[in-house]
Design a protein around this ligand. Structure first.
Ligand code: HEC
Length: 94
């Protein structure tokens, strides 16, 4: 039983890391990393700064998805609305 719990915990954390890596790959593929970095300011703010700024705001995910996907006050991106939502969730979880 104990072994099973450990195995389940390991599997869960691997799955979580996998999702984060997939999002990072998506961010690279969509060109986000040309203007952003995880923890360094480039042309745009770092994703960690963005996450800190929006932490605790209930509508952060919807606001940022709309802003980035529709180019409202943000440069136009190659990601569609679904991809942008995935990326915004990933950023806000930092
Ligand atoms: C051409 C450069 C450029 C690219 C490419 C780019 N960004 Fe940005 N981004 C910026 C700049 C500059 C800002 C700061 C101005 C602003 O807040 O809109 C910003 C701000 C943001 C913000 C915070 C907005 C806010 O209201 O605080 C988010 C979230 C974001 N970008 C996500 C993304 C994602 C996801 C991608 C890839 C799909 C992306 N960006 C691609 C330049 C870029």
């Amino acid at each position: 039983m104990k072994t099973f719990l450990i195995a389940a915990a390991v599997t869960a954390s691997v799955a979580f890391a996998g999702a984060a890596q997939a999002s990072e790959a998506l961010a690279k593929e969509k060109g986000c990393m040309g203007c952003h970095d995880i923890d360094k300011k480039k042309m745009g703010p770092s994703f960690k700064d963005i996450s800190a700024k929006y932490k605790g705001k209930a509508d952060a995910e919807a606001t940022l998805t709309a802003k980035v996907a529709e180019g409202k006050g943000h440069p136009k991106v190659k990601a569609n609305a679904d991809e942008t939502k995935t990326l915004v969730k990933w950023i806000l979880a930092m």
